[in-house]
Design a protein around this ligand. Structure first.
Ligand code: GDP
Length: 300
């Protein structure tokens, strides 16, 4: 938590600090409120959430009258917590059923950090004492299976892979079968994410999902989005949500952006919580999304 706070505050305290400074002005006129809006919009919070937040802030600041810095900070903290959905359930569900491993499918556009996230998640689970099987169902990108296998060797998880260009669904099938036979606790399936043919993607992911579900219930479908891609990430989110039921979002590369507001925008878009965040390329750079730490890092 402390580390997350430090990492986040390094890159993105612009939003919260900016808001706090604006709200501290003696006279809050129309121009100031517009600046508040601009700050939120620049951070990718999105139009509707921004308007709602500004409306609530205006009302509360009015009620407050004179404002001490502590009062303002508390107020801003509360409102930002509401905005990011402080009470959403963000548990990554990986509970095995009797005789069946928990199954997590990881989806997203290539380059967003899907394979890295799968590897990091495996590490977290293994560190937690769980045995993990990785399924390299991204058979399209030549290096993807190698990359995943390297992660597997690094973190102590067995990787199931197929021939290059092979059928992703059959790799997923084999991974779950292997997971069952080995008595593994969790099977993580990395999938391909080429968006250039939407129908191809739909067919492929739909098939992977159906094949997996023949074996055991799918616990999670995690959508990986690159936080630095802004509105583009929202477009991707929509496309994937049409194909599979997303149960959680992983926002990667939050270390490289001041646009943390995307957390709010994407949760609204899909009505699904951000469960994990990527804060770097290293094996330990995956953290649960903690609204409190996030907001505190924003405000500084
Ligand atoms: P995939 O094509 O979606 O599987 O993407 P990869 O897992 O290969 O990741 C693409 C690039 O993003 C790699 O260079 C990763 O090291 C990098 N990456 C992944 N997650 C993060 C993150 O949270 N922060 C940063 N800075 N880089 C990341």
């Amino acid at each position: 938590l402390v580390r997350l706070r430090a990492r986040l505050s390094r890159s993105q305290n612009a939003l919260g600090k900016g808001l706090l400074t604006l709200l501290s002005r003696e006279h809050l006129d129309e121009d100031t409120w517009e600046e508040v809006e601009d700050t939120l919009l620049t951070a990718d919070v999105g139009v509707q959430p921004t308007q709602e937040l500004v409306e609530r802030l205006r009302e509360r600041v009015k009620v407050l009258g004179t404002r001490t810095p502590q009062e303002l900070r508390g107020l801003l903290r509360e409102e930002l917590l509401t905005l990011v959905g402080a009470d959403l359930d963000r548990t990554v569900k990986t509970e095995p059923a009797p005789g069946k491993p928990g199954i997590v499918m990881v989806v997203g556009v290539n380059g967003t950090g899907k394979t890295t996230t799968t590897g990091k998640l495996a590490r977290v689970l293994v560190a937690d004492g769980r045995s993990v099987v990785l399924g390299a169902a991204d058979t399209f990108r030549a290096a993807a299976a190698d990359q995943l296998q390297t992660w597997g060797e690094r973190v102590g998880a067995y990787t199931v892979r197929g021939p290059e260009g092979g059928d992703p669904a059959s790799v997923a099938f084999d991974a779950v079968k292997e997971g069952k036979e080995m008595g593994a606790d969790v099977v993580l399936i990395d999938t391909a994410g080429r968006l250039h043919t939407k129908t191809g993607l739909m067919d492929e992911l739909g098939k992977v999902k159906r094949v997996v579900e023949k074996h055991a219930p799918l616990d999670e479908v995690l959508l990986v989005l690159d936080a630095t891609t802004g509105q583009n990430g929202l477009v991707q989110a929509r496309v994937f949500a049409e194909v599979v039921d997303i149960t959680g979002i992983v926002l990667t590369k939050l270390d490289g952006t001041a646009k943390g507001g995307i957390v709010v925008a994407v949760q609204r878009e899909l009505d699904v919580p951000v469960k994990l965040v990527g804060l770097g390329e290293g094996a330990d750079d995956l953290a649960p999304f903690e609204p409190e730490a996030f907001v505190d890092a924003l405000i500084g």
